[in-house]
Write a protein that binds this ligand. Structure first.
Ligand SMILES: *Cc1c(COP(=O)(O)O)cnc(C)c1O
Length: 303
């Protein structure tokens, strides 16, 4: 299971801004790891699925919002690796299903909608017991896929990097992916996390809780664009321009904000001349479909 994955490509991104600053910027294309189980969600699922198989589990159960990259990836992975799957979705059902949920359903995932109050109980043992009582035995994958197994999978990203570099950058949601990267690098590189949500300082606590030792890393909290899944015209224009220049699609929720941030920091002189940066393209491109209208409106109008 998951054994055939090759190292994902590392591509050099060159343009007027990187050249002027004397920065070498590489993008590690985790978005190319699998057509549906993309980016860090593949890394996060790998050892979860291996463990689930070992335990003889037939069914996976996980949690997510209606546009969740994790729900999408888990549905595809469950199908590929012959598990049944249940997605506990926050909020009410809206028909027709959005592209994320309609894909999940097409992969055979059973979608169960719960109120926001119930959803908040997602980590409570009593709630999990209720779910087991209702839906039978399952292997539990927490929201976002973030657990020990996920960290283990994410420790396998940085050893694939074949160039010498100074700084590694990663988008941050729950912080699990960057925790795996931090653990694997053992303070040997500068590590920058770009939270996709506002008030990201609590993320230090969450990330440290994932880690067994103290490591140094930095969160850059200036590029969330107002909060999770919030976007602005300048972000959409940046993503469009990046696609035109480099023929690489970024997503508006995570990687677009991170790369926007990296370019802004380059222009502000945050990095030293001669520095090499590796940014992780964590995927998430399925999310564009659900943001399409919002993005189109911003392209045409003002913020
Ligand atoms: C889920 C996701 C992240 C955040 O990963 P965490 O492990 O929750 O920090 C980053 N980028 C993309 C594209 C994602 O889908």
């Amino acid at each position: 299971m998951f054994e055939s994955a090759k190292p994902t490509p590392l591509v050099l991104i060159e343009d007027a801004i990187t050249s002027k600053a004397g920065i070498q910027l590489f993008l590690k294309r985790e978005d190319l790891i699998h057509p549906f189980i993309s980016g860090n969600k593949w890394r996060k699922l790998k050892y979860n699925l291996i463990t689930a198989k070992k335990l003889g589990k037939k069914r996976l159960l996980t949690f997510g919002g209606a546009f969740s990259n994790h729900i999408y990836a888990t549905a595809a992975a469950a199908k590929d690796y012959h598990f049944e799957s249940i997605g506990i979705i926050r909020g009410e059902e809206h028909l027709p299903l959005n592209p994320t949920l309609s894909f999940a359903k097409s992969q055979g995932m059973e979608l169960i909608y719960v109120s926001r109050e119930d959803y908040r109980r997602k980590n409570e043992l009593s709630f999990i017991e209720e779910l087991k009582h209702q839906y039978g035995d399952f292997y539990l994958i927490p929201e976002g896929g973030s657990n020990e197994e996920a960290i283990q999978g994410c420790t396998e990203i940085s050893p694939e990097i074949t160039v010498d570099y100074d700084t590694i950058c990663c988008a941050v949601g729950t912080g699990c992916t960057i925790a795996g990267i931090i653990q694997s690098l053992e303070n040997k590189k500068q590590i920058l996390g770009f939270p996709a949500l506002k008030g990201g300082d609590f993320l230090y606590q969450d990330i440290n809780a994932f880690l067994k030792k103290e490591y140094s890393y930095q969160l850059i909290n200036d590029y969330h664009f107002g909060g999770y899944a919030k976007i602005k015209k300048e972000l959409v224009e940046f993503i469009d321009r990046f696609q035109e220049q480099h023929n690489i699609q970024l997503d508006p929720i995570y990687t677009g904000k991170m790369i926007y941030g990296i370019y802004d920091l380059i222009q502000k002189g945050f990095f030293e001349e001669g520095e090499t940066i590796v940014a992780i393209h964590t995927g998430g491109l399925q999310g564009i479909e659900g943001m399409k209208e919002k993005m189109e409106k911003l392209r045409k109008g003002k913020n």
